[in-house]
Design a binder for this molecule. Structure first.
Ligand code: CA
Length: 134
């Protein structure tokens, strides 16, 4: 079974797009549209990876990330920051803030999936690649 992923994004179209792409890849997907929702989902669902938007209606995704990193339970949870802020300083800030990876909007969905799979591989949570009959 593939990993469970929490997608935190407040724009419905983007949220749907990400969730659809991940579901197509066989992931189990939870969604939240605010930091409050993300906080609740994370306790309830214990995801194995989080895709986190920065501009959320009730705060900056980076602040939520900081909260996660301060909790021993979530210190090493892989987090991919997704944002329209693509200036170099913003990327650096995200990575310094504890993000494992960073993807700027507009993003390519194939790249998103590849990054998600790479993060899961690194964290040792990815399912082994399916055996393909030649
Ligand atoms: Ca947003």
């Amino acid at each position: 079974m593939k990993a469970q992923i929490l997608v935190v994004e407040d724009q419905p179209a983007t949220l749907d797009l990400i969730c659809d792409v991940l579901k197509e890849e066989g992931f189990e997907v939870q969604q939240a549209q605010s930091t409050a929702g993300a906080r609740e989902s994370i306790r309830r669902a214990a995801p194995e990876l989080v895709i986190l938007d920065r501009g959320l209606p009730d705060g900056d995704g980076l602040d939520f990330l900081k909260e996660l990193r301060e909790n021993p339970k979530w210190t090493s949870l892989p987090v991919l920051i997704l944002t329209a802020k693509k200036a170099v300083e913003d990327r650096v800030l995200g990575l310094k803030g504890g993000a494992d990876d960073y993807l700027a909007k507009p993003f390519n969905t194939t790249e998103l999936v590849a990054r998600v799979e790479a993060l899961l591989r690194r964290s040792g949570k990815a399912a082994p690649p399916p055996a393909r009959g030649s």
